[in-house]
Design a protein around this ligand. Structure first.
Ligand code: HEM
Length: 192
């Protein structure tokens, strides 16, 4: 029981974060090895684009857009923010001179860890809700309808609500610091 708890809940979390750090170190080393360090300067841009694209999930959830399955968009949100963070960390590892980019980077990492905690809570509540599946099928709902309800139930689970109250302000802090960093870079841009 204890073992499966660690395997199912703690391990995926650690692996996801550990692989992110490892991938950053390897990419950074490769760029240095092949004398492509200059690329790192530009990696911040695709990184930000990936993170922005990941917000299709939030837009779908809040009915700003109507296309796409929420479940698929959430997986894309998790994957794109992970990849975006990787690119931004490689970008950051290569040239950080002032305090502002550091603050933006720390806010991003806190955001990533918070996102992973949310995923962990969501997976956990999904498991609890699996019991409900039985109940819905007894009510005669179709397989697809049951899946949809369970997904919605899991994201509205009480713990998720509390987590969201933390994740959203963190996102806001990251957004403010990130945008300020981008603006200062543009302001002091040297056209050489
Ligand atoms: C740059 C990093 C990230 C940012 C800025 C970010 C931002 C957000 C925002 C704003 C939401 C709220 C969506 C809404 O209610 O409209 C959200 C939800 C969520 N995020 Fe992230 N996130 C990041 C990274 C991650 C990562 C790395 C994961 C997991 C691997 C993740 C997993 C989730 C989950 C599970 C939800 C909740 C789904 C829900 O309650 O509907 N996030 N994220």
């Amino acid at each position: 029981m204890e073992r499966s708890l660690i395997r199912k809940e703690v391990m995926p979390f650690l692996v996801m974060f550990g692989v992110l750090i490892l991938a950053t170190i390897i990419t950074d080393a490769l760029l240095h090895q092949f004398e492509l360090v200059w690329i790192g300067r530009w990696l911040g841009i695709p990184g930000v684009i990936l993170i922005l694209l990941s917000f299709f999930y939030s837009m779908r959830k809040r009915k700003v857009i109507r296309f796409g399955k929420p479940k698929t968009l959430l997986v894309l949100h998790e994957t794109m923010t992970w990849m975006g963070a990787l690119l931004i960390m490689v970008h950051a590892g290569i040239h950080i001179y002032t305090i502002l980019p550091w603050l933006a980077l720390i806010a991003m990492l806190v955001n990533i860890i918070s996102g992973m905690t949310g995923k962990y809570l969501l997976d956990r509540s999904r498991r609890f809700l699996a019991e409900k599946k039985e109940f819905y099928s007894q009510q005669g709902l179709s397989g697809a309808a049951i899946e949809k309800r369970l997904f919605l139930d899991a994201t509205t689970f009480d713990l998720m609500k509390k987590w969201r109250a933390v994740h959203l302000p963190i996102t806001l802090a990251f957004a403010v610091l990130g945008i300020t960093h981008i603006l200062t870079v543009l302001l002091f841009w040297q056209w050489k």
